[in-house]
Design a protein around this ligand. Structure first.
Ligand code: UD1
Ligand code: MG
Length: 455
């Protein structure tokens, strides 16, 4: 099969400099959704017809299995398909998709393709209570005879509620012939792809229609309003899939997945969470409200408390993170680690059972097992030019408000007194402390307010 994706239209109503088909839905360009659906059908050739927005579309999406055909100027959907001519093999059917219709399911396309077989023209249609704007499917004695566009339709034709979604499958050699005979003698002065239907009927080619499982599969994006509506539909469908798999969602209307979220058994997710990239939540993980989690693996039984931000990180089994914790790229927390409120961890490995429960920065650090990092501890990993590592070995206890000026190593079992500024390695098993000794001054008086002389 050949697949052509029409994506040259300009999308004026998006009110944006970005070509319409590059606007993201669930974090991915509209056109990429369509390309991914098309790829799943394993086509022999896949061609995107682009135009408006110049080379931004091929520049962003270029890939070995994709051909691009430029349509300039944009003279209608029939004219658009003509631009893909060289990429359409005559001996297999051609499926036409729209780059701004992102949610069509592969299963619905598969049924359309099967109904077309090798020789029929098959159209994906839907019946709408309000068909305004769409091309109408004109039938005689139940058989499809042509499609008439809204602007060309008679009052009687405008009452037809079965409409053209734009998605169709055609026998390719005939399609090319029909396209070569199109005229733009119509209300919009465009070469209509839809005119091939009457051509097929005249050639004795059977025209059939199938319907998608849901109408939203065929909805297009022409404005930010429609983009937002489709985003909600898509997110709801992802949420429903998670519910069916047994994930507990506090509210399926308040979760956003921009990528892939893979969940084990007995996972629960509170409201307002955003998942981006590839995220895996193993058995028994709970995610508190308002977390943003991107490209992360959270192991079994871990609890992520509300308001955490996690990116390019792994969290070990039964670990506890947050509330208000930030795990930045390169963070690897082992099992049973506790990272508490206002703790930031970056590019660091934290060993099993270690804890940093309050207000700390752990950057470019290797932390052993069973380490306790006190409140206010900071690794000073950056001298303004270079970054250095801190090594904290097993069973270390770091008192509150300590600064570890990297590169520095704290030996196993060492204790650092509160307020230490560590600039040299701390030996294992000993107390190291760097602070001025506490003194008390007897007989000291608080200053008293001076009275200023009157002017
Ligand atoms: C088209 C159909 C109409 C159908 C409707 C479904 C035709 C003549 N009409 O109408 O029957 O009900 O879609 O939404 O086909 N495009 C190009 N180049 C062009 C024109 C369009 O690539 O010169 C692309 C657009 O980017 C878009 C798709 O084709 O992805 C449809 O174009 P649009 O202008 O939205 O079609 P309609 O006039 O709404
Ligand atoms: Mg149009």
């Amino acid at each position: 099969m050949n697949i052509v994706i029409l994506a040259a239209g300009m999308g004026k109503r998006m009110q944006s400099a970005l070509p319409k088909v590059l606007h993201p839905l669930a974090g991915k360009p509209l056109l990429s959704h369509v390309i991914d659906t098309a790829r799943a059908l394993a086509p022999s050739s896949l061609c995107v017809v682009y135009g408006h927005g110049g080379d931004a579309v091929p520049a962003l999406l270029k890939s070995d299995d994709l051909a691009f055909a430029r349509q300039e100027p944009q003279l209608g959907t029939g004219h658009a398909v003509m631009q893909a001519h060289a990429h359409l093999h005559d001996d297999m059917p051609t499926l036409v998709l729209y780059g701004d219709v992102p949610l069509t399911l592969g299963a619905s396309l598969q049924r359309l393709i099967e109904s077309a077989g090798r020789n029929k023209l098959a159209i994906l249609t839907v019946t709408l209570s309000d068909p305004t704007g769409y091309g109408r499917i004109v039938r005689e004695d139940g058989r499809i005879v042509r499609i008439v566009e809204q602007k060309d339709a008679t009052p009687a034709e405008l009452t037809i509620t079965e409409v053209n979604t734009g998605i169709l499958v055609a026998p390719t050699a005939k399609l090319k012939h029909w396209l070569s005979t199109l005229s733009n003698d119509n209300a919009q002065g465009e070469y209509y792809l839809t005119d091939i239907v009457a051509r097929a009927v005249a050639d004795g080619v059977e025209v059939v229609a199938t319907q998608p499982a849901a109408i939203w599969e065929t909805l297009g994006v022409n404005s930010k309003v429609q983009l937002a509506e489709l985003e909600r539909i898509y997110q709801r469908s992802l949420a429903d899939r998670l519910l069916e798999q047994g994930v507990t969602l506090a509210d399926p209307a308040r979760i956003d997945i921009r990528g892939s979220l893979v969940c084990g058994r007995d996972v629960s997710i509170d409201v307002g969470c955003v998942f981006e990239g590839a995220v895996t939540l193993a058995d028994g993980v709970s995610i508190g409200a308002n977390c943003v989690i991107r490209n992360a693996r959270i192991a079994a039984g871990a609890a992520i408390k509300p308001f955490c931000h996690i990116e390019d990180a792994t969290v070990g089994a039964a670990a506890q993170v947050g509330p208000y914790a930030r795990l930045r790229p390169g963070t690897e927390l082992a099992d049973h680690v506790h990272i508490g409120n206002f703790v930031e961890v970056k590019n660091s490995i934290v060993g099993a059972g270690s804890k940093a429960n309050h207000l700390a920065y752990v950057g470019d650090t290797t932390v052993g097992a069973r380490v306790n990092i006190g409140a206010g501890t900071i690794t000073c990993n950056y001298d303004g030019v270079n970054k250095f590592r801190t090594i904290i070995e097993d069973d270390v206890f770091i008192g509150s408000d300590t600064q570890l000026v990297a590169p520095v190593t704290v030996g196993a079992g060492a204790t650092l007194g509160a307020g230490t500024t560590l600039t040299k390695d701390a030996p294992a098993g000993k107390l190291t402390v760097s602070r001025a000794r506490q003194i008390t001054i007897d007989g000291w008086q608080r200053p008293v307010k001076q009275t200023s002389p009157k002017k």
